[in-house]
Design a protein around this ligand. Structure first.
Ligand code: HEC
Ligand code: HEC
Length: 163
């Protein structure tokens, strides 16, 4: 009789332990990428970011910046057989397509040797050039453009000079 009581007691304990563990496991989701909820909850996927903006060419944030792409690039294939970007941006097609030609830097290889065609270093355009969407940033950005950096330096110099 005694062992039966012991057995049922330990069973009760195990079940209670499991229930507590189950409750603990459902912690709130980590902050950041997910909009709230708990770890075990399945939330609907956030809506896809809008189509790339077609807002025209954008001002550069610093002189060496690869300009952002001011048009959609859906289905523009770039692989070893074809580069859709170059059907408009290459030297021979740019004028007719009304597109800016890839700049001279794209014809230099990594030894600064000038080539007749776009350098393999620059073949995969989207390594450096990206279209813009209306997605709201998940993490806020503290980037200052070159004018803001220079303005800040000038302000500090003036304050330093005043002492
Ligand atoms: C059908 C022709 C066409 C194709 C294909 C095309 N572009 Fe363009 N692209 C243009 C035109 C036209 C402009 C100029 C748009 C304007 O002035 O508003 C442009 C502008 C750009 C600019 C901005 C240049 C600057 O100085 O601001 C970049 C960068 C660019 N394209 C990259 C790409 C990349 C990368 C691809 C391939 C994924 C691509 N383009 C495919 C026609 C094209
Ligand atoms: C390794 C990075 C990189 C890759 C890859 C690259 N670019 Fe660029 N691109 C740049 C930078 C940086 C600039 C601006 C400075 C310059 O002109 O070199 C630029 C400038 C441009 C411009 C503006 C030219 C002008 O005079 O306004 C166009 C158009 C362009 N790239 C198209 C392309 C296309 C099309 C490809 C793919 C075939 C490509 N780029 C690949 C970095 C890159």
């Amino acid at each position: 009789m005694k062992w039966l009581t012991m057995l049922s007691l330990s069973l009760v304990l195990i079940v209670a332990g499991l229930a507590i563990a189950e409750e603990r496991r459902d912690d709130s989701a980590p902050d950041g990428l997910r909009p709230g909820g708990t770890l075990s909850q399945s939330l609907p996927a956030p809506p896809m970011a809008g189509e790339p903006r077609d807002a025209g060419r954008e001002v550069l944030n610093y002189p060496e910046q690869p300009p952002v792409i001011p048009h959609g690039i859906r289905d523009y294939q770039i692989d070893t057989r074809a580069n859709h970007c170059l059907t408009c941006h290459s030297r021979e097609h740019a004028v007719q397509a009304g597109a800016p030609m890839v700049s001279v830097s794209h014809f230099r290889d990594r030894h600064q040797q000038v080539l007749a065609a776009v350098s393999p270093d620059r073949y995969f355009c989207t390594q450096c050039h990206v279209p813009q969407t209306d997605a709201s940033p998940i993490v806020s950005n503290t980037f200052l453009n070159v004018d803001e950096v220079l303005g800040e330096m000038l302000r500090q110099q003036r304050e330093g000079g005043g002492q």
